[in-house]
Design a protein around this ligand. Structure first.
Ligand SMILES: O=C(O)CCC(=O)C(=O)O
Length: 291
């Protein structure tokens, strides 16, 4: 029994025979563009892709999301006392799905993380007029692996309204993804810049980058969608196994099902009753046919 000659032999083996992995099967993007973006990402910790979404898509998403927010704002300054957050987005609308699985984003994630990386959370964030700046943080800081290190997660923030210096554009500290465990000093905070970009654009950044929501000094709200991703062996922030019913999962694309956790990280992390989790979707489908 010596097929395991080192530790990666163990984790790279996928035993599932019926449910072959669908990782990396999305539309391919020009490799030169991806190489260029990865270099910039390595240098600054973030990249901005401008005008990715057509205007019609942006206005459809805006009107759908604005219907779904309640009047409630955040419960603490981190959530934002003048910020509306829409959680459990996948249970409420599928209008953000194309953003979650945008081919450029998946192509970048394919290069950064192991196959069958996961969606960690999806939410819409509406920063209202008068909101204060959010505390700067690094999204994968809850994985208690000492820094500096490779990111264990990455995030997108899609602008559904224009992001401006006045209306709460996300703030980033370029290069801070390379820092150690310490938080930014007052001097280092002087390097922070707002991610100014038109509606329909996206900022993609590594989980190790220091960033936060900006102060909204404008009279209008700033709407955004954030999808965050993590390595396939890390715990997701949103407990999708408990929160998204199988019926709802079946309405999602294969990419999204895989990223919700209907996939395994070799040899068998993510199993259900010793089997591939996709089997659950099939069982439910079969039961429905019998009804
Ligand atoms: O809304 C933003 O621009 C950033 C929000 C953020 O980083 C967070 O809520 O963790």
């Amino acid at each position: 029994m010596s097929f395991i000659s080192n530790i990666t032999d163990y984790t790279s083996k996928e035993w599932a025979s019926k449910y072959q992995s669908t990782a990396g099967k999305h539309d391919k993007i020009d490799p030169q563009l991806i190489r260029f973006l990865l270099e910039e990402l390595d240098q600054n910790g973030y990249i901005i892709l401008k005008n990715v979404l057509p205007e019609g898509t942006v206005s459809h998403i805006r009107s759908e999301l604005l219907e779904l927010f309640s009047d409630h704002c955040g419960r603490n300054p981190f959530e934002g006392l003048k910020t509306q957050r829409l959680y459990s987005v996948l249970n409420k609308t599928h209008c953000c799905d194309p953003l979650v699985e945008h081919p450029i984003i998946l192509e970048l994630l394919d290069r950064l993380f192991l196959p069958n990386y996961l969606l960690s959370q999806l939410q819409a964030i509406n920063i209202l007029s008068g909101e204060s700046p959010q505390a700067l943080h690094a999204d994968d800081g809850f994985y208690l692996v000492p820094r500096p290190r490779q990111p264990l997660g990455a995030a997108t923030i899609w602008a559904i309204d224009d992001f401006t210096e006045e209306n709460g554009a996300t703030i980033v500290i370029p290069g801070s993804h390379k820092w150690g465990n310490k938080a930014p000093t007052a001097k280092e905070k002087e390097q922070q810049i707002p991610v100014v970009m038109p509606a329909g654009s996206v900022v993609f950044f590594l989980g190790t980058l220091w960033h936060g929501g900006g102060e909204n000094k404008s009279p209008n709200a700033r709407l955004a969608i954030t999808a965050q991703y993590c390595e396939p062996w890390c715990r997701q922030q949103e407990n999708f196994s408990l929160s998204v019913p199988k019926k709802r999962v079946r309405d999602c694309s294969e990419n999204i099902r895989r990223m919700l956790g209907y996939s395994i990280f070799g040899p068998f992390m993510g199993m259900v009753n010793g089997m591939h989790p996709k089997r659950l979707l099939e069982i439910e489908e079969d039961q429905e046919k019998l009804r």
